[in-house]
Design a protein around this ligand. Sequence first.
Ligand code: NDP
Ligand code: ZN
Length: 415
Amino acid sequence: MNTTPARNLISLPRAMLLGIVSLAPLASPAAAQTTPSATASPATTTETIRSRGFAKYSKDSAFRPYEFDRHAVGEHDILIDILYAGICHSDIHHALEDWRKEEYPMVPGHEIVGRIAQVGGKVTKFKVGDHAGVGCMVNSCRSCENCGNHEEQYCDRRVMTYASKDHYHGGLMTQGGYSDRIVLSQDFAIKVPEGAELDKVAPLLCAGITTYSPIRHTKIGKGDKVAVAGFGGLGHMAVQYAVKLGAEVTVFDITEDKRQDALSMGAAKYVNVNTSDELKGLDNTFRVLISTIPAKYDMAMYVKMLRLDGDLVVLGLPAMRDQPSVDAATLVFQSRRRVWGSQIGGIKETQEMLDYSVANRIYPRVEIIPFSKLDEAYQRVLKGEVKFRYVIDNSTLDASWRAANAAPAQPGQPK
Ligand code: NDP
Ligand code: ZN
């Protein structure tokens, strides 16, 4: 990558959470829906790649088959046949327009692992047959200060994996991993280490790096008192990393159902926030508290639990209508506690996370589903019924596609 710093991008709006909110303005629809595609690799690198996936056609629609174009495999690009794709809560926020008006049809999915089917002429990092992962980003400017510092997630010209206008490819809207294949620059794909458990790798590309990055940034280590609020896809990864690094971890969630899971992952304590007795005596306790909560909650309560100079790291991004906040009185009476957000991680750090996770066998707990269960999976995540990440088996695409096309269309929904 070009590492020449060009300009300071610190003014990037923090509310535009990378991996979930693209800075790109909305564009016209990517491609009209047509008949099912051939699946053969393209003959040249100038042909666009026809892809098939499952899309939302509006925030209220069910997932339906969708065929669309991806950009051609350029000299530095790779084409990946997708094997598995995780379902992140960000996908649900996006699909339901929790953060902004969206462009449809939308194929979500930014936790992707697959096998490389084609490489451009100047690709050096991968060869055909290698396994590769893709997270929330597929490109960035490569010349700004943040790109130069391997923090591409904070580049204001980054392109997100889906729901993003790809200004490096004529403004085509990107589409995500709930599909058969994806094309991207080799620089934004992650090498999957030999021996990795492939069905569990996909969620590491978002849930893994999003928690690993602030845990490394805050230098969590032996004996640190750390808390994780929200024990779902991101939260259960945060617990495993912090425990591995020797921290004493307390977990906060709203259900009894996950108490044993937290303890089995090495947490020292589990707090059901709906049980007021368990919340007593925790003020001034934690050096780092990581919040992955996707709903409205009492942020001030967690600020009060920080020790002097402690950090509340905000990862969860609830819908705009449900934003939590901290008042000035809390900040002043609980002085010198920091509250800051963090977005996924850079490509270099994502590779480090994946190597570390596989070497130490730190994986998400996953439930593998076919495409035909997508709508049900979304509902179950919203009801808190998944342990801990749904992962789509992309080899079910053909069967689910045929079944969906054979079923009568719902009123107002395209087939
Ligand atoms: P999940 O739904 O898998 O996990 C969320 C967890 O929070 C669930 O266990 C849920 O409980 C729990 N929870 C809900 N309300 C509360 C509450 N009031 N107090 C404590 N726990 C609560 O979501 P993900 O882990 O996939 O994502 C979490 C958030 O992180 C989302 O907002 C997502 O958009 C965001 N995100 C941010 C990224 C970043 O770069 N910063 C990257 C990726 C995601 P239950 O299951 O019982 O409902
Ligand atoms: Zn995600």
